[in-house]
Design a protein around this ligand. Structure first.
Ligand code: CUA
Length: 177
């Protein structure tokens, strides 16, 4: 695992611990106190409504950060001067039509297809962090746009179970500086 993966995993574990703690707190709070205690339903209803606005505001912020700020790969469109690479996926490997020549900062358009069954086409950076992916389908060409920011060795992995050799369906390409 690299540093980024360790950080994310630690983050998940902490989030789970906080979630379990909150659950225990709420669970315990419902087990004690006099059962006949009079609840002020109106006040709780107000609190519930207030939380609803917090959730809605959070969703709007997240939608803005992803959709509007275009942090999602499928909003990427073709740029002039991009490198085009035709790739065939097949049981069990990836074949580039011509040896790829990619440069950092230059957009790549992968035109991905399959010669047999459905495969995945997932790209990992030189630090082995997942970047983007598309399906590679029989009789259909899928364009996947990606702009590598760092030079180095990038890895392609199949992301869809496609037979007994699925796990060995790995390829790589180099991005120069
Ligand atoms: Cu190809 Cu899994």
């Amino acid at each position: 695992m690299n540093d980024q993966m360790v950080a994310w995993n630690v983050g998940y574990v902490v989030a789970i611990a906080i979630g379990v703690g909150l659950f225990a707190y709420v669970f315990a709070s419902t087990r004690k106190g006099p059962a006949e205690e009079k609840l002020d339903v109106g006040a709780w209803k107000k609190r519930e409504n207030a939380w609803l606005y917090v959730v809605i505001a959070g969703l709007i912020v997240m939608a803005f950060l992803t959709l509007v700020e275009q942090q999602i790969p499928w909003t990427a469109s073709a740029k002039d001067g991009r490198a085009v690479a035709n790739v065939s996926a097949q049981q069990f490997g990836f074949v580039f039509e011509t040896p790829p020549a990619f440069k950092a900062g230059q957009q790549i358009e992968f035109r991905v297809r399959s010669t047999d069954v459905s495969h995945g086409f997932a790209v990992y950076g030189p630090d082995d962090v997942f970047i983007t992916q598309a399906q590679s389908l029989p009789d259909h060409t899928t364009s996947l746009y990606m702009t590598p920011t760092k030079p180095g060795k990038y890895t392609i992995r199949c992301f869809e179970y496609c037979g007994v050799g699925h796990h060995v369906m790995v390829a790589s390409f180099e991005v120069s500086a």
